[in-house]
Design a protein around this ligand. Structure first.
Ligand SMILES: Nc1ncnc2c1ncn2[C@@H]1O[C@H](COP(=O)(O)OP(=O)(O)OP(=O)(O)O)[C@@H](O)[C@H]1O
Length: 299
C-alpha cells in the first residue's frame, strides 16, 4: 500500500502538490490523473524519496521510501524511460542494476523475457526506440519482483500495440495482488486500464473514486426519453428542468426509474427511456477545467 498524508511540495512560489491525502491499495490498478502540471510526477518522486516533501508524508507500507531495507524488492518504478546510459546494452544495464541492489543476476534474463526484449538484450540502449526504452524501464522496475509498482506516464508516445501491451501487463500485475499506481493525463486510456482513480488538479485532490462513480458524478448525465405525448411528459416533469430537444426530452438529475414511474402514474406511454452518460473525457474536462495549469482562454 502507498499512502500520502497531507503531502505538500512547494517550488519557490509554485505550490506543486498541495496537501494531498490518499491511499493506493493492492490488487488493483489505480490511475493517477490530472492535466499537465497538476503535480503527478512531483507526487510520485516524493513517494520514491527522490524529492523531499515541504510538508506531510508519503509512505510505502507505512514507512518512508528512504527507510526501506530493500527498496527494489518492495517498489519498482518507471519514471523517465530515456534516462538510461545509452552506451550500455540492455542486459548490462539490468545486470548493473541487479548487482547494485543485491539482486540475483538470474532475474535479468527473466525480466527481459517478460518484457519481450530477449532478442535485443545485447544491443546498445542508445539505439532503442521509445517503445523499447519503455519496456527496458519496466524490466528494471520488475527486477526485484516488487509488490508495488509506480509508473509515470508509461504509455506516452507509444503506438497502439505498445499501449495494449503495457495495459495488459499492468492488469496482470494487479491480478497477482500487487499495488499498481500509474499516472496519465489521458482519461480514455485510464478508463480502460484502471479500477480506481485518483484525480488531481493544481496539486489538490479532485476525486478518489472508481471509474463508473467518477462518470456518474458528472452534471452532464441525463435521462433521454421519447413519447408520443412529449409535451404532456414535459409538463409532468417540469420540476426536473427538462429540455425538449427534437423528438425527445432530456431530463437531468433524475434516474430512469423516476422518469419511468412518473410517466406510468400519469398513463403516458414511453418509446424510449435511456440514461445518457457523458464520455469519460467530458466528465474529466468538467472536473479539471478550473485546475489546469494553462487553460485556453476563449477569445
Ligand atoms: N524541479 C522543479 N522546480 C520548479 N518547479 C517545478 C519542478 N518540478 C515541477 N515543478 C512545477 O510543479 C508543478 C507540477 O509539476 P509536475 O511535473 O509534478 O506535474 P505533472 O502533473 O506531472 O505534469 P505533466 O503531466 O506535465 O508531467 C508544475 O507547475 C511544474 O512547473
Amino acid at each position: 500500500m502507498i499512502s500520502a498524508d497531507h503531502l505538500t511540495k512547494r517550488y519557490g512560489s509554485t505550490l506543486a502538490v498541495d496537501g494531498l491525502s490518499f491511499t493506493v491499495e493492492s490488487g488493483r490498478v489505480t490511475g493517477f490523473l490530472g492535466p499537465n502540471g497538476a503535480g503527478k510526477s512531483t507526487t510520485m518522486r516524493m513517494m520514491l524519496g527522490l524529492d523531499r516533501p515541504t510538508g506531510g508524508t508519503a509512505r510505502i507500507d507505512g514507512v518512508p521510501y528512504a527507510e526501506l531495507r530493500h527498496p527494489l524488492r518492495k517498489v519498482g518504478a518507471l519514471l523517465d524511460a530515456k534516462a538510461v546510459h545509452g552506451g550500455r546494452t540492455a542486459r548490462d544495464h539490468l545486470l548493473q542494476l541487479a548487482h547494485s541492489n543485491g539482486l540475483p543476476a538470474s532475474r535479468v534474463g527473466e525480466v527481459l523475457e517478460k518484457v519481450g526484449l530477449t532478442g535485443v538484450a545485447r544491443r546498445r540502449v542508445g539505439g532503442f526506440s521509445l517503445g523499447m526504452a519503455q519496456r527496458l524501464g519496466i524490466a528494471g522496475a520488475l527486477l526485484g519482483d516488487p509488490e508495488i509498482l509506480i509508473f509515470d506516464e508509461p504509455v506516452n508516445g507509444l503506438d497502439p500495440e505498445g499501449i495494449l501491451w503495457i495495459r495488459t501487463l499492468m492488469r496482470g500485475l494487479a491480478a497477482e495482488g500487487r499495488t499498481v499506481f500509474v499516472s496519465s493525463h489521458l482519461m480514455s486510456e485510464m478508463a480502460q486500464t484502471a479500477d480506481h482513480l485518483i484525480v488531481i488538479g493544481r496539486g489538490r485532490l479532485i476525486a478518489d473514486t472508481t471509474v463508473s462513480e467518477f462518470i456518474s458524478r458528472s452534471a452532464q448525465r441525463y435521462v433521454r426519453v421519447r413519447s408520443p405525448q412529449l409535451r404532456g411528459l414535459a409538463a409532468l416533469l417540469n420540476g426536473a428542468a427538462t429540455g425538449l430537444s427534437g423528438d425527445h426530452l432530456r431530463v437531468p438529475g433524475k434516474t430512469t426509474e423516476e422518469v419511468g414511474e412518473a410517466a406510468a402514474a400519469a398513463g403516458i406511454p414511453l418509446h424510449e427511456l435511456t440514461m445518457v452518460e457523458p464520455s469519460l473525457e467530458a466528465a474529466y474536462m468538467e472536473l479539471t477545467q478550473d485546475s489546469a495549469e494553462y487553460t485556453a482562454v476563449a477569445s
